[in-house]
Design a protein around this ligand. Structure first.
Ligand SMILES: [Cu+2]
Length: 145
């Protein structure tokens, strides 16, 4: 079983539109982390180094995917929807003009090379608890470290 297929298999049973899926994978179903009203699903995703993770806004609300810069593993790249280079830049841009927002059906990707834990959040729903973690590990199929 390939890695992405495994991740989908253990991921959220989120209902998404099925139009256009006949005979293959549509863009709307090919994602690793979905989004509810104020939640990332799954909240924790475990992947091997080198994995490209795709987030898809499967809700009607606008969200962001924004890394907590201060807690990134050493040597890891910052990531944020909108392509900002720092957490502060992402927060400022969202505050000024909602830049970096993923609207319904929009996706964001990041490739994780460095092992470790990557907490991230949604800027407008951070206070509502919309946070998640990507764990990059050589052994993604267990939940014990
Ligand atoms: Cu959100």
């Amino acid at each position: 079983m390939d890695r992405r297929a495994f991740l989908r298999a253990v991921g959220p049973a989120t209902a998404v539109g099925l139009a256009g899926c006949i005979g293959g994978r549509s863009a709307n179903t090919d994602y690793d982390v979905g989004m509810g009203a104020k939640v990332f699903r799954p909240q924790e995703l475990r992947v091997e180094p080198g994995t490209t993770v795709t987030w898809l806004n499967t809700s009607k609300q606008g969200h962001t995917v924004t890394a907590y810069e201060d807690t990134l593993p050493e040597g890891a790249d910052f990531f944020a929807s909108g392509g900002f280079e720092s957490e502060q830049a992402a927060r400022d841009a969202w505050g000024n003009s909602s830049d970096g927002t993923l609207f319904e059906g929009q996706s964001f990707e990041h490739t994780f090379e460095v092992r470790g834990e990557y907490p991230y959040f949604c800027i407008p729903h951070e206070r509502g608890g919309m946070v998640g973690t990507v764990v990059v590990t050589d052994d993604p199929e267990t939940t014990e470290e």
